[in-house]
Design a protein around this ligand. Structure first.
Ligand SMILES: [Fe+2]
Length: 135
C-alpha cells in the first residue's frame, strides 16, 4: 500500500495542478518504498534531488497561475513556497553530510507538507483561479 494516496479531497479544482500534485505524491511514495527496502541511504539522495527539482518547477507554475489570476494572497503563498524550498534544501544538505535517522523525519515532513499545504494553502486559491477561467 502506498504511503501517500491522492484522492479528491486534495483536488484544488485546477487539472494541471492536480496532476503535478499527484506526481509529487508518487515521488514521495518512491522515496518511502526505497526506504522500506532499506535502500534509503543509496536511493534517497537521487530521489530527493528529483523531488527538489520538481518542486521548484511546480511552485513556479503555481505562482504563475496565481499571478495571472491576480490572487490577492500571492505574496504570502510565495513566502510559504520559499520556506518549503528551504526546508527541502536543508534535508538535502543533511543527507549529503550523511546524517543518520533522517528518513523518518523527512517522510514525516513531506507527508505533512503535502497534506497541509495542499488542503489548506493551495485550496485557498481555487475559487480565485476558477473565477478567472482556470480549471
Ligand atoms: Fe502552493
Amino acid at each position: 500500500m502506498a504511503f501517500m494516496q491522492w484522492n479528491e479531497s486534495y483536488s484544488v479544482g485546477v487539472k494541471a495542478i492536480d496532476v503535478q500534485h499527484q506526481n509529487l505524491f508518487n515521488m514521495v511514495n518512491d522515496l518511502h518504498a526505497a526506504m522500506m527496502r532499506q535502500e534509503g541511504k543509496t536511493a534517497a539522495g537521487a530521489l530527493l534531488a528529483k523531488l527538489a527539482k520538481y518542486t521548484q518547477e511546480h511552485f513556479a507554475a503555481e505562482e504563475k497561475m496565481m499571478e495571472a489570476a491576480k490572487y490577492p494572497k500571492l505574496a504570502q503563498h510565495r513566502a510559504l513556497h520559499h520556506e518549503l524550498t528551504k526546508q527541502v534544501q536543508e534535508f538535502m544538505a543533511r543527507h549529503q553530510r550523511g546524517e543518520s535517522g533522517l528518513s523518518i523525519r523527512l517522510l514525516q515532513f513531506l507527508g505533512d507538507w503535502l497534506t497541509k499545504h495542499i488542503q489548506q494553502e493551495d485550496k485557498a486559491y481555487s475559487a480565485c483561479l476558477n473565477q478567472s477561467g482556470v480549471h
